[in-house]
Ligand binder design. Structure first.
Ligand code: NAP
Length: 248
């Protein structure tokens, strides 16, 4: 049996990396996928085709998660295309790393807007639909950095910690309508976002992880499948670390 058969899922930022891994894994479990990207039109088109070839419904949408009105318009269009929304995965995220001394106001604001405000934007946009349906699962992508902090990532860590507070509040506000909100906090997952780091830093990180390897997008996708499926029907307001034991 497929765990997500017939569920309609929105994934933000799925043209590459973790979001792409989630889209493929969800399609393999029978979900229909509406996914967004910011500028990678080619890879998004390729992914849409790859997903459709699995026999599910899939559409790519170019949409800026940081824009409130763009998110309203996006969800309106997705509802016209898919009719119902069962799962929202807020995955889109960026980094603009620097020590505070060198971090510009714009680098701080941009990271907060794309990583944190986007979650407000998208949750507001799907709320009415999920309330009417009296069901829904929202999964927000944080990071172990949001729990622990990280030198050189004050903007990113603040955005990821903010996601946890927002999600726990949503679990309290929306629980009575059977809308669940959980957080996934990945550790070190090897994607384009981490390719920017030098090989020596990466080797050091791998060695410090109890499971002795970086994670894969599939590792994160598997946790999301659980939280999106009815297997987690009694779980809300939780932060699930998927980090190979990095932060224990
Ligand atoms: P990635 O490879 O850089 O991919 C980011 C995705 O987000 C891309 O699809 C990108 O679209 C999209 N995106 C960026 N800005 C956007 C915007 N304003 N509106 C809509 N989409 C936007 O990143 P990743 O490593 O897969 O990370 C995915 C999520 O996991 C992020 O929230 C990240 O913070 C979190 N995370 C990652 C790690 C890790 O080790 N990789 C660890 C902890 C948490 P385009 O391709 O069009 O630019």
């Amino acid at each position: 049996m497929k765990l997500l058969e017939g569920k309609n899922v929105i994934i933000t930022g799925a043209s590459r990396g973790i979001g792409r891994g989630i889209a493929i894994a969800f399609a393999n479990q029978g979900a229909n996928i509406a996914f967004t990207y910011s500028s990678s039109a080619g890879p998004a088109e390729e992914l849409e085709k790859e997903l459709k070839d699995k026999g599910i419904k899939a559409n790519a949408y170019q949409s800026d998660a940081a824009s409130f009105t763009a998110c309203q318009d996006l969800v309106k269009t997705i509802l016209e295309d898919f009719e119902q929304i069962d799962v929202l995965i807020n995955n889109a995220g960026i980094t603009k790393d620097n020590l505070l001394m060198r971090m510009s106001e714009d680098d701080f604001d941009k990271v907060i807007e794309v990583n944190l405000k986007s979650i407000f934007n998208m949750t507001k946009a799907v709320q009415r639909t999920m309330l009417k349906q009296r069901k829904g699962s929202i999964i927000n992508m944080s990071s172990v950095v949001g729990i622990k902090g990280n030198a050189g990532q004050a903007n990113y860590a603040a955005s990821k910690a903010g996601i946890i507070g927002f999600s726990k509040s949503m679990a309290l506000e929306l629980g009575s309508r059977n809308i669940r909100t959980n957080v996934v906090a990945p550790g070190f997952i090897e994607t384009e976002m981490t390719e920017k780091l030098d090989e020596k830093t990466i080797a050091g990180w791998r060695d410090a992880i109890p499971l002795k390897r970086g994670g894969t997008p599939e590792d994160i996708a598997n946790a999301c499948i659980f939280l999106a499926s009815d297997m987690s029907a009694y779980i809300t307001g939780q932060v699930l670390q998927v980090d190979g034991g990095m932060l224990t």
